[in-house]
Design a protein around this ligand. Structure first.
Ligand code: UDP
Length: 459
């Protein structure tokens, strides 16, 4: 993780400094993009807080040939409202996100120094780091925005920001979400501390040099990608799906879980996980546990708790649950190797919060989705999943409460019942499309980056 100090091979390569946001769901696509670019004669500086860099170190050091250097960005001591572990958003209460974003403004002197020392040809920044392109432009370095969420989310927000209330939303499947995103209601699905104001995200897009990258692909989100240029005068470049690629090192670490999965029949087991940031309420845990039990399907369920609610997994589940399910289910405390589990031949469905990475990982491996969106962009992604036909959403009641019978019924439909054949087929089809497309999306963008860099080489 040193700054500078390149060998001669690196000094000939085009240097790209990448600045992801501090969440696993943002780091992963940035890291996968870094890996791909580093095989195409780019030298990558991946820049983040030390705590984040440590968490991803084992995902790159094992692969010797990659030209990726981890570069620490030091956040100065910031607002007293932020908890001590704020150098990652893991477990951070959503209402503190804007405070953390502001804290980055004060990291800008360190970022400036990095640009002076490393002299990158190009900066690729996250849409939650809007100060980065401003500083890059001071050094005449082109800066391209990489949006790690879906195009539907940005289309929806740009519609909300730019259209008058009487104009019809061009996406009927997103219509049911309009009310909750427009009015800050107590139970609205988006609880990101911004009062539902999408404009900072769109403002940030205007600063991007010439193009904006999206972690998506046309067969999944074509209509949303086509809608975007109307409001944003940039070339929209889908470069996805960039999903977590595992290596042998990671496989060994989690072998107990994989061994358990290996004892199950082909296409017999659902994976249940709600991402790296979401936590279930006690009530939701109860309904999901009962729903899984009622479904009769094998499962691996990752249960997570916020730091302040630390408890034993057994205590967090309904009384007698673990005994009743016996060998049919495996409950994991905290973290499981999601990509490996989804890739496994025993896995037949994914009960997911519809974080964008989770959606893409599921599709890569042809696994249909039982959608249970919670907050942020997830309700929008849940509707995309259903509209494209690769999953079914578990409907909540008018108070946004889950119901065990619904959960069980949707699980059975998606993984077993005759009525779910189309969903299973569509998920397999998209997985095949992803396999055939392979590296083509990245090849396309390499040329564009080269052109941009030639213009920016005057520092
Ligand atoms: N993840 C994982 N194991 C877990 C939970 C999450 O490997 O137990 C990974 C998952 O594969 C995905 C990322 O963490 O790459 C979560 O990103 P996503 O966008 O799905 O959701 P978020 O965490 O941002 O809500």
């Amino acid at each position: 993780t040193e700054r500078g100090g390149m060998d001669s091979k690196q000094s000939n390569a085009t240097k790209v400094l990448m600045l992801p946001w501090l969440a696993q769901g943002h780091i992963t696509p940035f890291l996968e993009l870094a890996k791909k670019l580093s095989t195409k004669d780019f030298h990558i500086y991946l820049c983040s807080t030390p705590i984040i860099l440590t968490s991803i170190q084992n995902r790159i050091t094992k692969t010797q040939s990659l030209s990726i250097q981890l570069v620490p960005l030091h956040l100065p001591p910031t607002s007293p409202e932020l908890p001590p572990h704020h150098h990652t958003t893991n477990g951070l209460p959503p209402h503190l996100l804007p405070t953390l974003m502001n804290a980055f403004d004060s990291a800008s002197p360190d970022f400036s120094k990095l640009l002076q020392t490393l002299r990158p040809d190009l900066v690729i920044y996250d849409f939650l780091q809007p100060w980065a392109p401003t500083i890059a432009s001071e050094y005449n370095i082109p800066a391209v925005e990489f949006i790690t969420t879906g195009a539907a989310v940005v289309s929806f927000f740009s519609f909300l920001a730019f259209k008058k209330p009487d104009v019809e939303l061009p996406f009927p499947e997103l219509q049911p979400l309009l009310g909750s995103f427009r009015n800050a209601q107590p139970n609205r699905p988006v609880d990101d501390g911004t009062d539902g104001k999408p404009t900072p995200m769109l403002e940030c897009m205007k600063k991007s040099s010439k193009m904006i990258l999206f972690n998506t692909f046309r067969e999944l989100e074509g209509k949303y990608l086509d809608y975007l240029p109307i409001s944003i005068e940039k070339k929209i470049v889908p470069i996805g799906p960039l999903v977590h690629e595992t290596d042998h090192h990671e496989e060994n670490k989690d072998s107990a879980i994989m061994q358990w999965l290996g004892t199950k029949d082909e296409l017999s087991t659902v994976f249940v996980s709600f991402g790296s940031e979401s936590f279930l309420s006690k009530e939701e845990r109860e309904e999901i546990a009962n729903g899984l039990e009622l479904s009769g399907v094998n499962f691996i369920w990752v249960v997570r708790f916020p730091v302040e609610e630390r408890t034993e997994v057994e205590e967090a589940l309904p009384v007698g649950f673990l005994e009743r399910i016996g060998q049919r289910g495996l409950v994991i405390d905290g973290w499981a190797p999601q990509a490996q589990i989804l890739a496994h031949s025993s896995t037949c469905g994914f009960v997911s919060h519809c974080g964008w990475n989770s959606v893409l990982e599921s599709l890569k491996f042809g696994v249909p989705i039982i959608a249970m969106p919670m907050k942020h962009d997830q309700p929008i992604s849940g509707k995309v999943v259903e509209d494209v036909g690769v999953g079914v959403e578990v409907k909540r009641d008018e108070n946004r409460k889950l119901n065990r019978e619904n959960i069980a019924q949707v699980i059975r439909k998606v993984v077993k019942d005759e009525s779910g054949v189309q969903v299973r087929t569509k998920a397999r089809e998209l997985s095949e499309i992803i396999r055939i497309k392979g590296e083509k999306a990245i090849d396309g963008v390499v040329q564009e980056f080269m052109q941009l860099c030639n213009r920016g080489k005057t520092i």
